[in-house]
Design a protein around this ligand. Structure first.
Ligand SMILES: CNc1ncnc2c1ncn2[C@@H]1O[C@H](COP(=O)(O)O)[C@@H](O)[C@H]1O
Ligand SMILES: [Zn+2]
Length: 360
């Protein structure tokens, strides 16, 4: 970052920049502000005015270190709030609106469809999320895509079900449902068992992103990288100085698979000991492609602005480098060629205007 820019300037600058978010779990992105306002809907599905779920029931998330196990307990608490199709629809609109307020112009949301509480089926889950996306795209200048996740604690059969669901919904809404993700508690489940489902999704045109294990598991990390997904999440425990191996690092390096970097998530979940020890520096030095993401903006009390600011401070990025980072995230996105052209024009337009204003 240029020396004349102070901390607040960087924040203001990162906020004003148009940004792309490529790694955001729907329920992990429900902020305290949203949780405190979850409405109670009456039986007809209408929002019963002034009837909010009490604050005591809301999950209070704090910006503090949680270990991974605590993170997963927090997700379970949030899932307790998502009791009806109406609430799911409402929270999805709120999450999208919060990203839009942060100047996110393109958002890839991911979620594991669930049949829980009064949500009668995974299809209804998909319907509510897709409806909310369509509604928000009419209201705000933001492009939103959906990736269907497989939570790795699920059975192989349920993984198959999610792949079938993703394929079916991508045929219905090809501009919205564009990919699949494998995520969840890395101490549960086995990547290899989901390979047939993921291959089926890939063969039907869906893009894939896999969470590389956030705990040291060189064998699984290697299997995931060898699978050549379109992107990977996190990439902790890959570099030989940081819990990985030379072999893993070289596979990542030569594969050119873009990494979704989630700085706050990695530090707050204690997968990385501090921001200064984060592998983002090694990735920058080696030229490994990466994109800055939030992961769970609600659970980690962060924003994409904050993550860009952290990256700018950690890597001492110039404004021009921030522009390049944003333009690269367009390339790595799962948007269509038309989406990418439109986003490139928007981002370039914003930077050109800004440069002209500076000259005046
Ligand atoms: C912190 N690092 C992480 N590592 C692995 N999986 C994570 C995660 N953060 C979130 N999830 C996955 O996303 C779900 C919440 O969103 P959805 O209910 O699907 O919308 C979590 O239950 C977990 O499966
Ligand atoms: Zn994630």
């Amino acid at each position: 970052m240029t020396t004349e820019m102070c901390f607040q300037d960087i924040e203001k600058f990162c906020k004003s920049m148009p940004k792309l978010e490529l790694h955001a779990h729907l329920n992990g992105c429900i902020s305290n502000g949203i949780l405190e306002r979850v409405p109670v809907f009456d039986r007809s599905g209408k929002n019963a005015e002034d009837n909010w779920i009490s604050h005591e029931n809301a999950v209070v998330q704090e910006k503090k270190t949680l270990d991974l196990a605590e993170c997963f307990r927090t997700f379970a608490k949030i899932h307790e709030v998502i009791r009806t199709p109406e609430i799911l629809h409402w929270v999805t609109t709120q999450v999208i609106e919060e990203f839009w307020s942060d100047n996110v112009i393109y958002l890839e949301l991911r979620t594991t469809p669930k049949k829980i509480h009064n949500i009668p089926s995974k299809d209804v889950y998909m319907e509510k999320v897709v409806d909310a996306i369509i509604e928000c795209q009419k209201k705000f200048p933001i492009v939103v895509k959906l990736l269907v996740s497989i939570d790795r604690k699920l059975s192989v059969l349920e993984g198959e079900e999610n792949a079938t669901l993703a394929i079916k919904w991508s045929k219905k809404f090809p501009n919205i449902v564009v990919g699949m993700d494998l995520s969840g508690d890395p101490s549960k489940g086995v990547f290899e068992s989901f390979v047939p489902s993921l291959v089926r999704a890939r063969d039907s045109g869906l893009k894939l992103t896999l969470h590389l294990p956030e705990v040291a598991n060189a064998l699984e990390a290697e299997q995931m990288l060898d699978f050549r997904p379109h992107r990977v999440g996190h990439a902790v425990n890959i570099h030989p100085d940081l819990g990985g191996t030379q072999k893993l690092w070289e596979i990542l390096l030569t594969s050119r698979i873009p990494v979704e970097v989630c700085l706050s998530s990695n530090v707050l979940s204690k997968c990385v000991s501090s921001i200064d020890e984060h592998h983002i520096k090694y990735m920058q030095d080696s030229g490994i492609p990466f994109v800055i993401c939030t992961d769970d903006s609600g659970v980690f009390c962060t924003t994409l602005t904050n993550e860009y600011q952290l990256a700018a401070n950690t890597l001492l990025l110039s404004q021009d480098e921030l522009k390049v980072l944003t333009l690269k995230s367009i390339d790595y996105s799962f948007g269509s060629p038309e989406d990418k052209d439109m986003l490139t024009a928007m981002v370039r337009g914003w930077w050109e205007n800004r440069n002209q204003e500076e000259l005046l």
